[in-house]
Design a protein around this ligand. Structure first.
Ligand code: CMP
Length: 170
């Protein structure tokens, strides 16, 4: 149209600029929003639900939200453990014999390796999309040292799991 003098150079320049701007808008990626807010996730874990808001806020700084995809192996048997996980939503399967155990909303896993300093006792796989809260080993020790109620509960559950596994293996 420019070469046929249907449009002027000015109009051509303006059109070209418009196309450039629009292309840039298309190239700009939307912000990735996984919809995970640590405090909201914590509120869904009964173990944390009874804590004072200030305690909850403190704990929120130690927990990292994480999404696990369906079928993803989150923890692998025999590997060293550097974190434990709280399930805020979704379900996982723990590969213990003879029958796998299913854990869901509010449950936790990965605590045994941190408490015993031994390799992971089982593999844990996501059964669907899971929203998890990851607590790394260093923060785990700090959290347990500062919170006797939480520490007692996690140790009790770990003990029951280990006893159960030992009984099934014998
Ligand atoms: P860890 O050994 O760190 O990694 C595997 C995790 O599976 C383990 O911690 C526990 O959290 C979990 N686990 C092991 N045995 C059982 C069981 N019998 N029931 C539920 N969870 C278990």
């Amino acid at each position: 149209m420019l070469s046929d003098s249907v449009i002027s150079q000015d109009v051509f320049n303006h059109l070209e600029q418009t196309v450039r701007t629009r292309r840039q808008d298309f190239d700009r990626r939307p912000r990735l929003d996984l919809g995970i807010d640590t405090v909201a996730l914590i509120a869904r874990v009964p173990l944390f639900a009874g804590l004072e808001p200030t305690r909850c806020a403190e704990i929120a700084t130690m927990l990292r939200p994480r999404i696990a995809l369906p079928g993803e192996t989150i923890v692998t048997a025999g590997e060293p453990g550097d974190a434990m996980y709280f399930i805020s939503s979704g379900a996982v399967e723990v590969s213990v014999r003879p029958n796998p155990v299913r854990l869901g909303n509010g449950d936790f896993f990965g605590e045994i390796a941190l408490l015993t300093n031994k390799p992971r006792s089982a593999s844990v796989r996501a059964l669907g999309y899971c929203k998890l809260l990851e607590l790394r080993a260093r923060d785990f020790r700090r959290l347990l040292a500062e919170n006797t109620h939480l520490s007692g509960h996690i140790r009790r559950v770990a003990g029951q799991r280990l006893d159960g596994n030992a009984a099934r293996a014998s």
